[in-house]
Design a protein around this ligand. Structure first.
Ligand code: FES
Length: 102
């Protein structure tokens, strides 16, 4: 069965920006994009960089270390030097709280 973990208040998810949260013993990046919330691993698949320190433009998060870009909706790696896609997690919003399925 799906394990929904309480992540953060919806009001604390920044608009058109990224924030990191601890959920289920790991660090997840949450993105507010056009009224939707997306969740991915916070660690870049290319190296030791946290995507919450990167730059969100539309649905694309740019890694702060080598400027690799992922689509936050499906974790797809969009350019070099990235080779591996990013893990994404389903998001559910209930009563102003964001839950993530881990
Ligand atoms: Fe993210 Fe290299 S660590 S692109």
């Amino acid at each position: 069965s799906t394990n929904w973990i309480k992540a953060i208040a919806l009001a604390d998810v920044p608009d058109e920006d990224v924030i990191a949260v601890q959920a289920g013993g790991r660090e997840i990046a949450l993105y507010g994009v056009e009224g939707n919330v997306y969740a991915t691993d916070n660690l870049c698949t290319h190296g030791n960089a946290r995507l919450c320190d990167g730059f969100l433009t539309g649905h694309e998060i740019e890694c702060p270390l080598h400027q690799g870009r992922f689509d936050v909706r499906d974790g797809r790696a969009l350019c070099s030097p990235l080779r591996d896609n990013l893990a994404t997690y389903p998001v559910r919003i209930e009563d102003g709280v964001v839950f993530v399925a881990l």
